[in-house]
Design a protein around this ligand. Structure first.
Ligand code: DHE
Length: 518
C-alpha cells in the first residue's frame, strides 16, 4: 500500500525522487527525536542552513558518520550508507519552504523553571571572592566552568546548551549568569548556589543577549525570526516581542544587541536595514522613543486603544550610512563606532541621533572586541582586524589612526585592564594562529609574542579583577586555560579544558572595564 502511494506521488510530482523520500524517512527515523521533525531543534540543535553556517558540509558528514565526542550525537555509519549520509547533509542544508513561526506562544511553551532553584540563600555555597569569579565557556563539549579567580581552582563545571555564542552576561550584583546559544536558548544560572534557575528558547537562530543595567530585563537579538525579545530577568518569562521592521515594513536580522547602561537602553545593530535601534527600558519611557513605531502600528491598526505613554520598550530608530555588522561603544555610551563594508567605520552619536564622523579602517575591524585606554592624554581605541595583519590605534577625539601595529595575522579578540600597561591580541587566523602578541600601551610596540601550544590556536584573553593575571585559551578539544603573570608574562598555571572559547570575569564585566567587552 505504501509503495502504491509512493508511485502515485511520483507520477503526480515527477520531480519527487525516491532518494528525496528516503532522505526524509531517514531524517524522521534517525534524527527527528533529537533535532525535531521540523528541524527546529529539540535536545539537539536546529538543523537549518541559517544555524549550520559554522559547520562545513564535510564536517557535517563526519559528525553524522562518526558522532560528536562528548555530546549525545551517536555515530550512524553502521546504520546509513555514505550516499544516505550525503543526502541527509544536503537535506539539512536546504532552506525550509517557509520561515517557521517563533512567537509568544512558542517562546512561552519552551520555558523551563527549575523549582529546586527557588528561594535559595543569597550567599555563595563556596569560599571565594564573588567579584573575582570567572565563567569559562568550553565550546568543545558544551560546558562552562566556574573558576576561582584568586586560586585558579575550578569551583564547578556545568553542562550548557549546544553552541553558546557571545559573552555570557551577569546580573548587576554578579550572582547570576545568563548564557545564550546560537539555537536561541537562554539559560539563567545561580553562581552562588550552582543551580540552573530557568531556561527559555527566545528564537530559532539567535545572535546574543544583553541584561539591563537595573537587572530587571533581558533582551535577545535574533537572526530567525527577525525579532528582538524582551524577557523578565527573574525567571525569563517573555514580556514583549519587537518585530524588527522599518516604516516600509522591510524586516531585518539583528546583528547584535547590547545594554547601554548609562542610558537605560538596549542598542541593537541591524544586519539588513541601515538603522541602529535604541530601546528604552525606563518606565515611563523618555520623550522621543517609539514615535515612528507607534505611528506605523497605528496605520496598521495594531495600536487601537493603546495609550502611548504606557507603551513599554519603545524603539527609537537612527539612520546610519551603512549596515552595521559589528560595533563598539565609547565608555560613556554616547557614541557607537560601527564597521562598514567600504573600509570606513562610522561614528554614530546616540544623543544627536546621526552619524557624526567616519574613520578610515580598511579590512574588517572587529569592533566588538575593541578596547580603550589613555595614550598621551587622549583616549585611544584599539581594534583587531579579521582580515588584515594589523591592530589599529585610533585617537577618539580626531578620529585619526595613530598607528597600525603589524601582527602575524588577523586577530579576533583584544583585551587589557585599567591596571595593566599591556594589551593582548590574538592571531586567530592563518599559519600563526598559535601566537598571541602583547602590546605596550604607551610605546604602541609589540613587546612579546607568546606561542604557548605549538600548532594550536591561542585566543581570547581576560584579566582577573586586579589586572595582575591574564588568562588565555588554547582553542582545542585537548585545550587549556593558561594563567599568566600580567607583568612578567610568566606562565603560572595551565588548566586543561575542552576548547575553552571565552572567559568572563565578574568584576570586569559588571564594572564595564575599559579593557574588556561589555
Ligand atoms: Fe562571535 C561575541 C559576532 C563568529 C566566538 N560575536 C560576538 C559578538 C558578536 C559576534 C556581535 C558580541 C556579542 C556579545 O558578546 O554579546 N561572531 C560574530 C559574527 O558575526 C561571526 C564572525 C560569524 C557568526 O557566525 O556569527 C562570529 N564568534 C564567531 C566564531 O566563529 C567564534 C570564534 C566561535 C563561536 O562561538 O562560534 C565566536 N563571539 C565569540 C565569542 C564571543 C563572541 C567567544 C564573546 C567575546 C567576549 O569576550 O565578549
Amino acid at each position: 500500500m505504501k509503495k502504491i502511494f509512493l508511485s502515485l506521488l511520483i507520477l503526480a510530482f515527477p520531480g519527487l525522487s525516491l532518494a528525496n523520500n528516503n532522505v526524509a524517512e531517514n531524517f524522521k527515523t534517525h534524527c527527528a527525536s533529537c533535532h525535531g521533525e521540523n528541524r527546529l531543534g529539540l535536545m539537539g540543535p536546529a538543523l537549518l542552513p541559517q544555524n549550520l553556517k559554522r559547520l562545513r558540509k564535510p564536517s557535517a558528514i563526519k559528525v553524522i558518520s562518526k558522532g560528536r565526542a562528548a555530546t549525545q550525537m551517536p555515530a550512524f555509519n553502521d546504520k546509513l550508507t555514505d550516499t544516505e549520509i550525503n543526502s541527509l547533509v544536503d537535506y539539512i542544508y536546504t532552506p525550509l519552504a517557509e520561515i517557521p513561526a517563533w512567537g509568544m506562544q512558542q517562546i512561552r511553551a519552551s520555558q523551563i523553571i527549575y523549582s529546586d532553584a527557588e528561594n535559595l540563600p543569597d550567599k555563595p555555597v563556596w569560599n571565594a571572592d564573588p567579584m573575582n569569579i570567572f565563567t569559562v565557556v568550553e565550546l568543545g563539549d558544551h560546558h562552562a566552568t566556574i573558576l576561582n579567580g584568586d586560586t585558579f581552582e575550578p569551583i564547578h563545571r556545568l553542562a550548557t546548551r549546544f553552541a553558546l555564542h557571545g559573552g555570557p552576561k551577569y546580573s548587576p550584583d554578579g550572582r547570576y549568569v545568563y548564557f545564550g546559544s546560537r539555537d536561541g536558548w537562554i539559560s539563567k544560572y545561580d553562581i552562588y548556589n550552582l543551580k540552573l534557575v530557568a531556561e527559555i528558547r527566545a528564537g530559532i537562530n539567535m545572535r546574543n543577549i544583553a541584561v539591563s543595567s537595573d537587572g530587571r530585563f533581558l533582551i535577545a537579538g535574533n537572526y530567525l525570526p527577525h525579532t528582538l525579545v524582551v524577557l523578565s530577568a527573574k525567571d525569563l518569562s517573555p514580556i514583549k516581542i519587537i518585530e524588527v521592521k522599518n516604516r516600509q515594513g522591510k524586516t531585518s536580522r539583528v546583528s547584535a544587541v547590547y545594554d547601554a547602561a548609562p542610558r537605560n537602553t538596549f542598542v541593537a545593530a541591524l544586519k539588513d536595514l541601515k538603522e541602529v535601534w535604541e530601546i528604552s527600558y525606563e518606565t515611563p519611557p523618555p520623550m522621543g522613543f517609539g514615535k515612528w513605531m507607534h505611528d506605523y502600528r497605528e496605520k496598521a491598526g495594531e495600536n487601537a486603544g493603546l495609550d502611548r505613554s504606557k507603551d513599554q520598550f519603545p524603539v527609537r530608530s537612527i539612520k546610519v550610512n551603512d549596515y552595521l555588522d559589528d560595533f563598539f561603544f565609547n565608555q560613556s555610551y554616547e557614541l557607537i563606532i560601527g564597521s562598514s563594508r567600504d573600509g570606513k567605520a562610522q561614528v554614530i552619536d546616540l544623543d544627536l541621533a546621526r552619524v557624526t564622523n567616519t574613520i578610515e579602517l580598511p579590512g574588517m575591524p572587529h569592533l566588538s572586541s575593541g578596547i580603550t585606554w589613555n595614550y598621551q592624554g587622549h583616549t585611544v581605541l584599539a581594534t583587531p582586524n579579521l582580515k588584515e595583519n594589523a591592530v589599529s590605534i585610533i585617537d577618539m577625539e580626531t578620529w585619526k589612526t595613530i598607528k597600525r601595529i603589524k601582527t602575524l595575522g588577523p586577530g579576533f579578540f583584544m583585551r587589557s585592564h585599567e591596571n595593566s600597561n599591556y594589551a593582548w591580541v590574538d592571531v586567530f587566523f592563518g599559519p600563526n594562529k598559535e601566537a598571541v602578541h602583547i602590546i605596550d600601551k604607551q610605546s604602541l610596540e609589540i613587546v612579546k609574542t607568546l606561542k604557548p601550544a605549538p600548532g594550536k590556536t591561542a585566543a581570547h584573553v581576560e584579566f582577573d579583577k586586579t589586572g595582575e593575571h591574564a588568562l588565555l585559551s588554547i582553542w582545542d578539544m585537548d585545550g587549556a586555560v593558561i594563567v599568566y603573570d600580567a607583568k612578567t608574562f610568566a606562565e603560572i598555571k595551565r588548566l586543561p579544558m575542552k576548547k575553552p572559547s571565552g572567559k568572563y570575569n565578574v568584576h570586569n564585566k559588571i564594572t564595564r572595564s575599559a579593557g574588556t567587552s561589555h
